[in-house]
Design a protein around this ligand. Sequence first.
Ligand SMILES: [Zn+2]
Length: 201
Amino acid sequence: MTDQTPPDFEQLRQQALRQPVSADHPVLELLNTVPHVNGRALDLWVSDRDVADWLLRHGWHDAAMVAAAGDRGLLAAARALRETVRRLVTQRKQGEALDLAELNALLAHGESHLELISDDSGTRVLRRRRVRAPLDLLVPVAEAAAELLAEGDFDLIRKCEDPTCTLWFYDRTKSHRRRWCSMAACGNRNKVAAFRQRRQR
Ligand SMILES: [Zn+2]
């Protein structure tokens, strides 16, 4: 491979996984698993295991729960949920009627029960058990999405202003003027472009 070869999909994916951009909301992190890189959509999930790893990394479940549920079919189900939530967030943002059937269908899987366990040090821990199948792993994500749609402040939930960027964020800055997914990526690029435009006038 020469230096001129564009980085391949897997390289870009690994790079994006190493440099996550904070959305400041767990449900918006879900949407942001498809960033646009070099002008094309890059799905950070390409296997069931990727989704399981994402659920672990973002603290949705612990390793024991993921192991108990298994991950077969998780990729397809998680991608479907992601695009449902993306459509709903966009509809909510644009003040349109929400198309809720798919989200509610997943929420209907949300049976759970409490379980009292003793951990390795003998401490009693109460935890909520709900996983019997891979799909159950996605229920808390769907519940958080439903809460966001019901209670989120959509003045502060925005897409990055860069028209080529697909990333969302919850603006938690004091001034509520966050415009970019990250300064390092879209912020600086757009500042430089605006500066050049001003100089050309
Ligand atoms: Zn951006």
